[in-house]
Write a protein of this length. Sequence first.
Length: 278
Amino acid sequence: MKFGIVARRDREAALKLAYRVYDFLKVSGYEVYVDEETNRYLPEFHEEDVLPLEDFDVDFIIVIGGDGTILRVEHRTRKDIPILGVNMGTLGFLTEVEPHETFFALSKLLEGDYHIDERIKLRTYLNGENTVPDALNEVAILTGIPGKIIHLRYYIDMGLADEIRADGLIVSTPTGSTGYAMSAGGPFVDPRLDVVVIAPLAPIALSSRPMIVPSSSRIDVRNVAITREIILAVDGQFYTYLEPETEITIKLSPRRAKFVRFTREVYPKYTMRIKRKF
């Protein structure tokens, strides 16, 4: 087996644990690679084992960090590589184990005592072209001027679903339902479901409510106020300003995120972390 290692860059404990994992796997006889940015902050890895994230071609990636680190990996890797997340963040919805469980989890992984949890992703097209990363959590269309609302129409499978004046619109996967979409009043969605949540962000009209649609749906968003710029945000990691007339289309991505799990239970971990969040 071949492994990749990525660590949160702003926490010394995460970098040190990354080196311990690297050393453990190397001594155990496995091929191990470390991403360039992890090595930049802790330059103690063998030079031949350092690669850009985009070039990772491994069986598993050990991510030591929070959800933001996992999202960064998802945005930049070219293959759907299973991730084992070690929580060095705040809540760690996407992570599987805590730091003190790391080597126990690695032992189970090496023994084959695990399963793969697959999650849907969303692909965004701007004027018909896909030039932005796929979203594991959400695609957000936001006002380009803080304090100014935007006027949007959105369509589901070519039919007009709603016309809103709001701070923005969030299109979320079940994985992202515990994040930005939930803060906007959306529901918690079981991550095993293939659905999409559409949630207006602070709408003026009380009738503009979140809705859930099949993941196979095509969602088109149009800016009615064509003199006002908007921002497209993907997973809170990628941002770009869009021209007012940009045609935005969101569909189910052919790619899926894959996570190493050691239990099939969903609710104990999720409900505990949601309570910690709120």
